[in-house]
Design a protein around this ligand. Structure first.
Ligand SMILES: [Zn+2]
Length: 356
């Protein structure tokens, strides 16, 4: 079973703030690709043709965009209303979840839970809460409701977006204590973001060291491998057996050779491959159809005298490690067979799409 442990769905806010948010997030990327002007700031008209970026992400389209992937984690976005992106949080603008009543960020967990129930074989749903939105007590209560009443699998936190530090004893620790009590896994965005009304310092993965020590029985996952602080993230993984990481987004910044070198680097600094998880950050900057073969066939770029990654380790990175993180059954044998049967088509994709 291959699992993509990091996907976004529906919209992550209400317009017009959400559109501004997505424009800030993607502008540099599209300028780099030549789709937006670089000699001046893009104006409204320059974005023509790119409106899909802030249109709601439909669950069926998400699944269609994941060929060869068996399960996808779908993440709620934590609610906030105090940044320059106005009303932020997961909202079902298109009305595809069946959740009734006014469209509001207060129902972010309800929307994700409704989709997880609608596609039980496909989606793994993660709650999101924010102690700066209606206070830490409300956030803890919402987490408890999301897990015990809505049946969500785990929690995602976005400290840099919501302007708090992950090692804040007043704001964050009560949430981790509740997660530990509920025995659920916690994913945390610890990385950068191009969006400017966020706090870069709070994206520093080293801040999680305090949390990993204070809550040794809590399963924690650093999203995006802490990019650009990748070494710091690997050191966290080397220090703490309760810290996992996903390569989502980070993998879209890398060539196959760089991916190979990253995996060798992990081993060299003592971070075992058994807590590194493949994932995409869909809809992100590169799609699953190339991100999957790029990772799964990383051994193709190893020189003859270089070590390769054993099949079993690769299978675990493609699904087993994440399954263990969320406490789900997973078969190594079945996944290895799946990899073998996909190899040819993956190689064809790499060739056809000129994946570097
Ligand atoms: Zn993400």
């Amino acid at each position: 079973m291959i699992i993509d442990g990091h996907n976004h769905i529906l919209t992550a806010g209400l317009y017009p703030g959400y559109e501004r948010f997505i424009k800030e997030m993607t502008m540099g990327f599209f300028q780099g690709k030549g789709d937006l002007p670089i000699d001046r700031d893009p104006i409204e008209a320059d974005w023509t043709g790119l409106e899909y970026l802030w249109e709601p992400i439909d669950p069926d389209v998400l699944l269609r965009d994941h060929p060869g992937v068996d399960k996808c984690t779908i993440l709620a976005v934590a609610p906030s209303d105090y940044t320059r992106y106005e009303i932020r949080g997961t909202v079902d603008v298109a009305g595809v979840t069946g959740v009734e009543g006014p469209k509001t960020i207060d129902k972010g967990c309800d929307y994700i839970a409704a989709l997880a129930k609608k596609y039980p074989d496909k989606f793994i749903g993660m709650a999101a809460v924010n102690p700066k939105y209606r206070g830490v007590k409300a956030a803890v209560a919402e987490l408890e409701r999301a897990v015990t009443k809505l049946g969500l699998t785990g929690l995602k936190l976005y400290p840099m977006y919501d302007h708090y530090a992950v090692n804040d004893r007043d704001l964050a620790y009560p949430i981790f204590a509740k997660a530990q009590e509920l025995d659920i896994p916690v994913m945390i965005h610890l990385s950068t973001t191009p969006v400017t009304d966020t706090v870069l310092m709070y994206g520093w993965p080293v801040l999680l060291d305090d949390v990993a020590r204070a809550f040794p029985n809590l399963r924690l996952l650093v999203a995006h491998t802490g990019f650009p602080w990748v070494d710091e993230c690997l050191i966290l993984g080397a220090r703490h057996r309760n810290v996992w990481m996903d390569v989502s987004f980070f993998n879209s910044t890398m060539t196959r050779r760089q991916t190979y070198e990253f995996l060798q680097r992990a081993r060299q600094v003592g971070c075992p491959w058994n807590r590194i998880c493949w994932a995409t950050d869909y809809p992100g900057f590169e799609f699953p159809d190339t991100l999957l073969p790029k990772f799964a066939l990383v051994n193709d770029v190893a020189a003859e005298d270089e070590p390769t990654i054993p099949e079993a380790d690769m299978a675990r990175m493609l699904g087993g490690n994440y399954a263990r993180f969320i406490g789900m059954d997973w078969s190594q044998q079945e996944t290895v067979e799946q990899m073998r049967s996909n190899e040819e088509s993956w190689r064809a994709t790499i060739k056809e799409k000129k994946v570097r």
